[in-house]
Ligand binder design. Structure first.
Ligand code: FPP
Length: 232
């Protein structure tokens, strides 16, 4: 008998479908993003309740900078407001918060609120919730290589374990489960190094509709899988 997987400790999510959700309702794309932000709030709470240890949400990719100036500006404003509004709940739920990505590209107001929430929640011992912002998996790997090269390490000292220390968050584990909402079946440059053996779960549910029951369904699906990490 093969052994099913234990519940996932770390879930990563590509939150897709805000625009289509809005379009279906005759609303503006920005209203889709607002509904998406509510979904973020719900899923952080649900993940805490379900005893997930780490959750990384792909909120803004390096490629997203090429969206219209108004949409980018709206998303940055929304992010800044949400960081302020969700701070109390983050503390209440004992969530420790941080962000990964090329954060220096973000507007000063967003960086300020990110730093505040990160600092304030640093000692919390519950779920570690991360936002991937101005994030790309290839840039993360290239940044790591650049820092590694600067140190002139001999090849034999460059192991997978060492390399991990040069990624944006050395404390991050590999996700057990990657969920993508919105029907597309792609990784889209998310956590490329870290997802080598991650179980993938794709759902047609659009991100603003994704709730606790959907998260539980993904976890149930995951638990039926047998993880062999390339072994037998
Ligand atoms: C994908 O939908 C979503 C994004 C690019 C942005 C994600 C942002 C949020 C969920 C809200 C941000 C708030 C917080 C608190 C992180 P899409 O626009 O690509 O949808 P589409 O594929 O249907 O057009």
């Amino acid at each position: 008998m093969s052994k099913n997987a234990d519940p996932p400790r770390y879930i990563a999510v590509v939150m897709d479908g805000n625009g289509r959700w809005a379009k279906q309702r005759g609303l503006k794309r920005t209203q889709g993003h607002e509904a998406g932000a509510e979904s973020v709030r719900r899923i952080v709470r649900a993940a805490s309740e379900l005893a997930i240890r780490e959750l990384t949400l792909y909120a803004f990719s390096t490629e997203n900078w090429s969206r219209s100036r108004t949409e980018v500006k709206f998303l940055m404003g929304l992010l800044e407001r949400q960081l302020v509004e969700q701070r109390e709940e983050i503390m209440e739920q004992n969530v420790s918060f941080s962000a990964i990505g090329n954060l220096s590209k973000l507007p000063a107001g967003v960086r300020r609120e990110l730093a505040k929430t990160t600092e304030m929640s640093r000692r919390n011992t519950g779920l570690h919730a991360r936002l991937a912002l101005s994030y790309g998996g290839r840039p993360e790997i290239l940044d790591a290589i650049a820092r590694l090269c600067a140190e002139n390490r001999p090849r034999r000292k460059i192991t997978e374990k060492q390399f991990r220390k040069y990624l944006y968050d050395p404390a991050m584990h590999d996700p057990d489960l990657l969920i993508r909402t919105g029907g597309e079946k792609r990784i889209s440059n998310f956590l490329l190094w870290q997802v080598s053996y991650t179980e993938l779960y794709f759902t047609d549910v659009l991100w603003p509709d994704f709730g606790k029951a959907d998260l539980e369904a993904a976890i149930e699906d995951y638990k039926k899988r047998e993880r062999r990490f390339g072994g037998l």
